[in-house]
Design a protein around this ligand. Structure first.
Ligand SMILES: [Zn+2]
Length: 322
């Protein structure tokens, strides 16, 4: 663990994370940045749990550099790249243990590098804040529409109404409602009675517009939470609350080459043609039609042209009633 770590130290302090994992094959360790300015709300922003979700890491590194104590009311903790062993190798998972970090929370202080980093977050950072914002992205394999989803507990400082208000403050069109998984960062937060919000967006090649959407959303949300002074005009929510489950996924029936017929965020009807699967070989050129399994909105699409049998081509979210 970090010997001199004090998340309540006044001002802005960067702490090197290398003592948590020890030396790892010449990698530069990353940092956690704690910014304190008096009393007020407290929040932990975490990025890069999946190492190849780089939009989150770029945006959080930028925020950690730019936010000064005078911008903050209370406490903002930023860890841009918690899974630095994976991200610095261009991987989703740490090559040092092969573990999917978002299935190993709350972690183990004496475990693998992945488990130790998880344990630092849950054991040391969670008790210092009232809200976790866990920023993900599509990664190398899929693109995902900008969206948020979150969790409270009966004992969390942020309650259901507060969570809804915050999620709608992002300025995003899509707010998802899911049950969650205990072994994720948000799942571990729930077990610790800490409210949490997971952010999604981007994926595939890095696009400037998606970085801007992610950064602007975080700035709006942090201001709505009261943790930073407002830097952007609030955007009134006019989006969609929705759910998404396995029944909304459309998978490749066989190996082939994907042509998407719809875009992320598009509204589709049940049975609508959402993709074509072209044969990768043979004398036949006619593609198979992939139809939407249900009405709703396109949330994710594969970034790959070639897909294997049963590989995800995309998925659909269903708007909630009312
Ligand atoms: Zn992720």
């Amino acid at each position: 663990m970090l010997t001199d770590f004090d998340p309540s130290r006044a001002g802005k302090t960067f702490y090197d994370l290398s003592p948590i994992t020890g030396a790892l094959d010449g990698l530069s360790a990353d940092y956690v940045c704690c910014i304190n300015n008096g009393t007020g709300p407290s929040v932990l922003l975490c990025g890069g749990i999946h190492g190849d979700e780089y939009e989150a890491q770029i945006v959080l590194r930028r925020l950690a550099e730019r936010l000064e104590p005078a911008d903050v009311t209370g406490r903002v903790i930023i860890m841009p790249s918690i899974n630095f062993p994976a991200s610095q190798k261009g991987k989703r998972l740490s090559p040092f243990d092969g573990q999917n970090m978002n299935r190993f929370f709350p972690g183990k202080a004496e475990g693998t590098p992945t488990e130790r980093l998880c344990a630092f977050m849950t054991g040391t950072l969670f008790p210092a804040v009232d809200l976790l914002i866990d920023v993900h992205a599509g990664g190398s394999d899929v693109s995902v529409v900008p969206m948020v989803f979150g969790f409270t507990t009966p004992k969390s400082v942020v309650d259901d109404a507060g969570l809804k208000r915050l999620m709608e403050a992002w300025g995003y069109r899509f707010v998802q409602h899911v049950d969650g998984i205990d072994e994720t960062a948000c799942g571990a937060a729930k077990l610790a009675d800490l409210a949490s919000i997971e952010v999604e967006g981007g994926g595939g090649r890095m696009k400037s517009a998606e970085l801007t959407i992610m950064e602007d959303g975080l700035l709006r949300a942090l201001a709505a939470y009261g943790a930073i002074k407002p830097k952007l005009e609030p955007v009134p929510f006019s989006g969609v609350h929705f759910t998404a489950g396995p029944e909304g996924q459309y998978l490749a029936p066989e190996a082939g080459l994907v042509e998407h017929l719809v875009s992320l965020g598009d509204e589709v009807t049940a049975g609508q043609r959402v993709a074509l699967l072209h044969p990768a070989a043979g004398e036949r050129s006619a593609p198979k039609v992939i139809a939407s399994p249900m009405p709703g909105y396109v949330l994710r699409q594969t970034e790959h042209a070639f897909v294997s049998p049963k590989q995800l081509i995309g998925n659909i979210g269903t708007p909630l009633e009312g």
